[in-house]
Design a protein around this ligand. Sequence first.
Ligand SMILES: NC(=O)c1ccc[n+]([C@@H]2O[C@H](COP(=O)([O-])OP(=O)(O)OC[C@H]3O[C@@H](n4cnc5c(N)ncnc54)[C@H](OP(=O)(O)O)[C@@H]3O)[C@@H](O)[C@H]2O)c1
Length: 313
Amino acid sequence: MKAIRLHAFGGPENLTLEAVDTPTPARGEVLIRNRAAGVNPIDWKTCSGGGASAFIGELPFVPGWECAGTVAAVGAGVVDFKPGDEVFGFLRFPEAAGCYAEYVVAPANQIALRPQPLDVVAAAGLGLAGLTAWQALHDKAGLKPGQRVLILAASGGVGHLAVQLAKAAGAYVIGTASHQNQAFLRTLGCDETIDYGSENLALAVRDVDIIIDGVGGAAAVEALSCLNSDGIIVTLPSVTAAEVIAAAEKGGYRALGIRVEPNGSQLEQLAALVADGRLSLTVGAVLPLAQAAQAHQQSASGHQRGKIVLQID
Ligand SMILES: NC(=O)c1ccc[n+]([C@@H]2O[C@H](COP(=O)([O-])OP(=O)(O)OC[C@H]3O[C@@H](n4cnc5c(N)ncnc54)[C@H](OP(=O)(O)O)[C@@H]3O)[C@@H](O)[C@H]2O)c1
């Protein structure tokens, strides 16, 4: 099969398309004929030697943690899936999962059936980003109906899903993005939008219960004064998490970092919201697998709307 491989940590130019052995599913695993792979910032961060690079084992590394395709074979003990099922998943993180490839082997409890409204390209972008948004809002922040939620980077891969999940849970949602994404934030359901280029967030927004921070660093620290005295910030970028948490605690706010975890049951909950028309995925860019390097460059720009997806067939 064809796969993208990395033989030495470095920039996108180190990604090469190669012929490799097709994997075999072990007990409890399924073999997926992978038709699309989602691209996330953790992919280029890991390939450059940061991100999850400490967890991926020996190089060469096949990047990618999000997949969507058709079950080709099942290992012993798998009862929930059969060949021909259309599935999507978020696999093995932070260990290597190898989703930038024509076939991928997945633990059966880390995939779900693809909901009808999503085509295979959109489904490939849902797993990691959707579970991050879900786990930040529900598992970390304990979101309740009627709460005020501020989402920093609401137009990004995680943010655009977090806006919709917070609205689906009955929250009042405020989203930040640049001028060119203001209309997009309103189509997602934001009750208020803030243009970070021209508005002062700390003056414009008050009494927030939850901040989901997809930006990190100074922008997250500046946003802390938007919280009410019981408020909590969940900060996503791990590189600045310690700095943001320290600033929050100094100000008397609760603060948590996060490392998203694979979870097939939560994928089913995301799929149910998609099937109900309450959650959709915006694909900002689709590139062929062979252009993984361009996809990493685009992700590293930090200004992608929605998700980047690599199409494999
Ligand atoms: N800890 C975890 O488990 C975990 C999981 C997932 C993601 N993450 C991290 O969380 C961050 C967000 O992930 P993502 O996938 O959503 O990234 P992404 O898709 O690359 O986010 C891009 C978006 O960020 C917006 N943005 C850039 N600067 C901004 C600013 N100063 N204020 C508001 N919005 C801004 C851009 O909007 P404009 O173009 O309008 O500027 C763009 O739409 C990344 O650092 C990622 O590595 C962590």
